[in-house]
Design a protein around this ligand. Sequence first.
Ligand SMILES: Nc1ncnc2c1ncn2[C@@H]1O[C@H](COP(=O)(O)OP(=O)(O)O)[C@@H](O)[C@H]1O
Ligand SMILES: [Mg+2]
Length: 312
Amino acid sequence: MARTALPTPADVWMLVREHPAPLRRSTNELADALKARHGSRFAVWHTDELVLGVRDGRLVLQTLGGADVPAPKVVCVRQMPGSMRHDREVTLLRHLERMGATLLNPLDAQLVCRNKIWQLQELALAGLPVPDTLSYATAPLEGVVRTPHLDAPCVVKPVNGYKGMQVFLAPDTRLLHDVAGALAQETPHLFQQYVDRSHGRDLRVIVIDGEPVAAAVRTSHNGALASNLARGGSATLCLGRYPQAEALAVAAARAVGLAIAGVDLLFASADTYTICEVNSAPGWRPEMTAVVPAITECITRRLDAPAECGGK
Ligand SMILES: Nc1ncnc2c1ncn2[C@@H]1O[C@H](COP(=O)(O)OP(=O)(O)O)[C@@H](O)[C@H]1O
Ligand SMILES: [Mg+2]
């Protein structure tokens, strides 16, 4: 069968979710900057536009129309890690990586970050401060909430949640016993030490290639626990005001292997912090003007790196 190749293969991709999911403002801003820098050597691909496989013993990618698509040198992945499924998006990312593309972030790091327990495992092993947390594999939830080391008040979240959805504060174990049957059973939950000093307030630090490039204190709306902007929280920029916290965010990004990270820190005491979570596809506020140039430079460094040390 005759096969056509695309006219100009792109060196730099941005990979985003399948249609019709709209791109986030920050993702569009980054795409515009990459287009301005790389012109036709840059392309945005949605995960539903590609098919993949093996032909004559070689890994291949093609469009739905049958045109061969060479793997780019660098892929900036802007898919929410929580929405990645193993046999779909993860397989595509794996295929790109195995075809020689450098993924930002590397796939291993993205896999660690899409599960809050996987992250905690890495952060704790690296000696970094995290709240005490309890989770489970297949133990029944009704049994887990009655286990002796589960103290209340505690914060409850699904292991793969995002945007502060489904995060809540359980004031006592009785409430946990009551709601255990109502919590979704498909994904495990975690039960975490409530950092009361940080109620409704956290510190988001964006770290690119080991440098803190933006930071904001986020405050929740109406006294809610979760300070995510998607839940109505507000952000006050503060880069440079909490240098110890920024250093902790850099260490957290390194511990999970992220080149591009959004680290959520909780205020544990007047001058100590604990790591809430690490995000591998963070968004940013329009006024965080250093983020896009930092990511663009990070991509250019990967592009210029010799193939054998391309960051995989
Ligand atoms: N252990 C905790 N103690 C106090 N507040 C917390 C705790 N865990 C989470 N929060 C609050 O809830 C928000 C969302 O939790 P997070 O773990 O970041 O989940 P998501 O992935 O949904 O953003 C945090 O930004 C923080 O404001
Ligand atoms: Mg968060």
